[in-house]
Design a protein around this ligand. Structure first.
Ligand SMILES: [Zn+2]
Length: 158
């Protein structure tokens, strides 16, 4: 059994998320985000504002960051920037346009705090129940708690 505190059920069918999603522990978020195919939602519990992001490994290096902006939560993603690994850590560079969207600014604000585990507690982090590396459905309690499936967790430890 996973501790009750680590799993939160959110049912908001009108907004594109249905079923159970898991709140990820602070120290597991960065590994999940950079596993290769991570989809997660950041929600501000004070305002109720939330955004869903996807971080995917690029073919050669780094990661692309996209925002869910439509009804289809499998395909309606729009690129908002990229992440590059530096010696100092992974850094986000937004595709700034004349008027960066609220979601783009929110990610630019949240990312360095995610990296350093300093997101304030009102910012909640949920994954959508799929492996952050291969995007398969997570079924074991351990993998739901970590966001990474058992096979991918083994690969990550090599
Ligand atoms: Zn996997």
């Amino acid at each position: 059994m996973v501790e009750a505190t680590s799993i939160t059920t959110v049912t908001e069918s009108t907004e594109g998320i249905t079923g159970a999603v898991a709140s990820l522990a602070v120290n597991r978020r960065l590994a999940f985000c950079l596993a290769g195919h991570a989809i997660f939602t950041l929600r501000n519990s004070l305002t109720g504002n939330r955004f869903t992001y996807r971080i995917r490994a690029r073919r050669r290096q780094g990661f692309s960051v996209a925002l869910l902006h439509g009804q289809d939560n499998e395909s309606d993603y729009m690129g908002i920037g990229y992440i590059t690994q530096y010696a100092s850590g992974p850094q986000f560079t937004p595709h700034y346009r004349a008027n960066p969207s609220q979601a783009m600014r929110a990610f630019a604000w949240a990312w360095p705090r995610l990296v350093t585990n300093t997101l304030p507690p009102e910012i909640e982090f949920y994954h959508a129940g799929r492996c952050g590396r291969c995007h398969r459905l997570l079924t074991t309690p351990e993998s739901i708690a970590s966001g990474i499936g058992p096979k991918c967790a083994e690969l990550g430890n090599r």
